[in-house]
Each structure stands twice: as C-alpha cells, then as structure tokens.
Design a protein around this ligand. Structure first.
Ligand code: 1HN
Length: 327
C-alpha cells in the first residue's frame, strides 16, 4: 500500500486541533486530512458480494402475505438489502432490488414516482402490471419496465401467488435529491403509451438469445450476453439501468471480469456457481446474487444456464465514469 500525502501530514498536535476547530466554526475543513478517503486510488465500496436463496426468502415473503395486504403495504416487498450497507435500502451502491408479492385477487394502488423500475417475473399465472393505463400480462421470465414518472399498479387475476424481482434506481434519485411521488386520484389511468414498448416477454428474448448463441462466439467471461434494448429509443433499457440476459453453455468455465457497475444477477435457467472476489455463490433458478462495483466475477455453469442481470451502466457511461477490465 502506498502512503498518500494526507496520511503523513495528519497532525494531532494541540495547535493543529485548535486550528481545525476554528475551521469548523466557519464551515470549512482541511482537504489534506480527507483527500485519500474522498478520492480513493480505486473504488472503495461499502457493498459486499451477497446472495439471496429463493427457497429461503420465498417463505418469508409468503409470510408477509399473511401479515399485511398489498393495499396496506402500498407494495408488499422484501428489500434485498446489501449486508455491507444494512438499513440503507440498497442492493448495490446505486440500485435497489426487492422481491414483490401480489396475492390472488389483490391490487396494489396506482402511483408514480421519479425512480425508474424494472420487474423480472419469477412466478405468475394471471399476474399483471399496468403502465400508464396499459395492462401488461406477467409471465415467468418476462421483464417489464416502469419508466420514470409513469403511472403503475399491479394485480393478480389468478389463484396462486405472483412474485417478481423489482429493480429501481432509488439510490441514484436520492443522491440527486430529486425524488417525487404521488398517488393517482383515479382508480385506472387512461392509456397514454403503448405497453409493447415496456415489455420483454421471455419467450421472445430467449429466442433472440438462442439465435445469438448459435451465431456468435462465446465470450470467455460472459458466455453470450445480450442487452435488453429500449424498444422506443434503441438505447439502454432505462436511462439509468441496463438489463441483460446471458447464456452460459454447459460446462462453461468463465474467466474473471470486473467493471465499475455493481450488478444484480438472477438465475433463470440451469445451475452453476459464480465466484465474486473471495465468495462463491452456487445458484439455481430464482436465486439472486450481487457483484459490487469492481469486484471480480467468474461464472461457471454445470448445465446450460441463463442469467438475468441489471446494473447502472448507462448512468455511469453517460457521466463518463464506467470502466471495465480483466483482473
Ligand atoms: C414501487 O413503486 C414498486 O411499483 C416497487 O412495484 C418497489 C420501492 C420503493 C418505492 C416504490 C412498485 C418500490 C416502489
């Protein structure tokens, strides 16, 4: 470890302390005391690698279903909180993820907020989400977007629990202190945008991925990884969030990769293990794991496997912050 100038300059003598106190009184502070902390040589992260096993979290979510209604809760969600930043309602430094439950016959209220959302469906037979008045059916594996400030509600017309993974850019919105939220005064919002623009049915994306898999070379780190492009703009899935679907061939032994976009993964098909820095997460369908910023990840798959993932990559790219590399 190299010693930063600020480490050697730090002076605790009474004379300096008295000076620092006078600085504090005038709302000033000595940069040389904090520089290496506020501008680290490489990302210093609070978030840590973590995994949530579906078979462990699902019963807790169903228990919430017995304890509180979707109406009472506004949204009945268990936040997948990063253990490195407990109590901060975040999964990576910049993104929030949670598992949401809608019980048969339930309806979650219509509201809108500045934060953008995506939903990745785990269990649904009759679940739907409404975006700006357009009802979109939820099927397992579907990804559905709720762009910033669009009205949305959720319902379950079936007779089994509907469960999905939510991804929102809440920590980004709150970093900028630009959050607004409101309830709809109406029961249903009039249709203002075509729903096809915000829905990625799994059957369709899986077919596209399969085509790519047959036609392209296997990336040594990612297998075959495909972004879910925004149908309206051709750009990233959402302005702040990019979602991906990737296929790992049976027996895949990936090389390590790291990037500054902390990424949330959800296993869709097959099983395998991902090594994230020193942690190893062996996953199967619906398990969720997080690869924090600049942590090396290396995926391995026993059977052919499909992973869904999302990160803040487009936000970092537009700000000129994004970096990647092979450690
Ligand atoms: C929200 O509106 C949803 O609409 C899910 O399903 C999670 C977390 C925080 C704030 C709003 C939803 C949310 C949320």
């Amino acid at each position: 470890m190299s010693t930063a100038a600020s480490d050697v300059r730090r002076d605790t003598s009474e004379e300096w302390q008295e000076y620092y106190q006078r600085l504090g009184k005038k709302n000033t502070a000595a940069l040389w005391e904090v520089l290496s902390e506020i501008v680290p040589v490489q990302p210093r992260r609070a978030c840590v690698p973590a995994m949530w096993r579906y078979e462990e979290v699902r019963p807790l979510l169903l228990e919430a279903g017995r304890r509180i209604t979707a109406r009472e809760a506004e949204r009945r969600v268990l936040i997948l909180e990063n253990p490195g930043s407990a109590g901060q309602s975040r999964t990576t430094q910049s993104l929030y993820a949670g598992l949401q439950l809608v019980m048969p016959g339930e309806q979650a209220a219509t509201h809108r907020h500045v934060a953008s959302a995506l939903r990745f469906v785990m269990e649904s037979d009759g679940g739907y989400t409404t975006v700006n008045g357009e009802r979109i059916t939820m099927q397992p594996g579907d990804c559905i977007l709720t762009p910033s400030w669009t009205w949305h509600d959720h319902g379950n017309a079936g007779d089994k629990p509907v469960i999905w993974l939510d991804g929102l850019d809440i920590p980004i919105v709150n970093l900028f202190e630009s959050s607004f939220f409101e309830h709809s005064p109406r029961e249903m919002e009039p249709v203002t945008r075509p729903g096809a623009m915000v829905a990625y049915p799994y059957a369709r994306s899986r077919e596209t991925l399969e085509g790519l898999y047959r036609a392209s070379a296997i990336d040594p780190c990612h297998g075959v990884k495909m972004p879910l492009a925004n149908a309206a703009t051709g750009g990233s899935t959402l302005p702040t969030i990019a979602a991906f679907l990737q296929i790992l061939p049976a027996g895949f032994r990936g090389e390590p990769y790291r990037a500054t976009d902390g990424t949330i993964y959800c296993a869709v098909e097959g099983h395998g293990c991902s090594r994230v820095d020193d942690a190893t997460f062996c996953w199967k369908q619906h398990d969720v794991f997080v690869v924090p910023s600049w942590c090396a990840v290396r995926h391995q798959a026993e059977s052919e496997a499909v992973l869904f993932s999302f990160s803040d990559r487009p936000a970092q790219k537009v700000l000129g912050l994004w970096r990647e590399g092979q450690p």
